[in-house]
Design a protein around this ligand. Structure first.
Ligand code: GLN
Length: 202
């Protein structure tokens, strides 16, 4: 069984840990460089990306994390985790750090202008049937580079008159990200996708 870490500085750490266990992984919470060094994969949970960014500094994890990702560590980020993984963030705080693991530009709190949260059934490439997705002050991917695989889109129901489909799940190599929270709905299929990637590498 692969050992998957959950970055445990802030956010919904326990929910991810539970889903990873159901998906067949051993799980450890990661707060230190020594813990980061042990894992075969890492989840960046949902929460608050500016807070997590600040805590990555405080815990001296920012550079070690960037290095491990450069060295090929599989990573999965949900919501705030997606924001952190992006190359660039719009509507972020000017001092928030980007891990730059995904060649995407994300817009933070993108759906949140009219309503904070909504749920939708989305099709996710690699997952059979539809997936019930919970969006909470969610980002969307505004621009994706050519190496980025779009796994899911959703109609922007929050902006009246908008027919645009927004990108809400992506993969680039071993890096996976969702704008929604698969850790919250008891459906572990997206965690299984990630654990499979981790197992292939570990
Ligand atoms: N809006 C939050 C952020 O920008 C993300 C919200 C979430 O993770 N549910 O970090």
């Amino acid at each position: 069984q692969p050992l998957v870490g959950v970055l445990a500085l802030q956010g919904d750490v326990r929910e991810h840990a539970a889903m990873l266990r159901r998906a067949g992984a051993r799980v450890v919470e990661v707060r230190r460089v020594s813990e980061l060094a042990e894992v075969d994969g890492l989840v960046l949970p949902g929460g608050e990306s500016t807070t997590m960014s600040r805590l990555l500094d405080t815990f001296d994890l920012l550079d070690p994390l960037r290095q491990r990702i450069r060295d090929g560590l599989p990573v999965f980020g949900s919501c705030a985790g997606m924001v952190l993984l992006a190359r660039q963030v719009l509507d972020g705080r000017p001092d928030q750090h980007q891990l730059g693991a995904l060649d995407v530009v994300v817009r933070r709190n993108a759906f949140g202008r009219q309503v904070d949260s909504f749920e939708a059934d989305v099709d996710v490439a690699g997952v059979e049937g539809s997936f019930h997705a919970v969006f909470i002050r969610a980002p969307w991917v505004e621009k994706a580079g050519s190496e980025v695989e779009v796994l899911a889109t959703v109609g922007d129901a929050t902006t009246p008159g908008s027919a645009a489909d927004r990108i809400v799940a992506v993969r680039q190599g071993r890096v996976l990200a969702t704008a929604f929270h698969p850790e919250l709905t008891g459906d572990e299929r997206i965690h299984r996708l990630f654990v499979r990637t981790v197992s292939e590498v570990a």
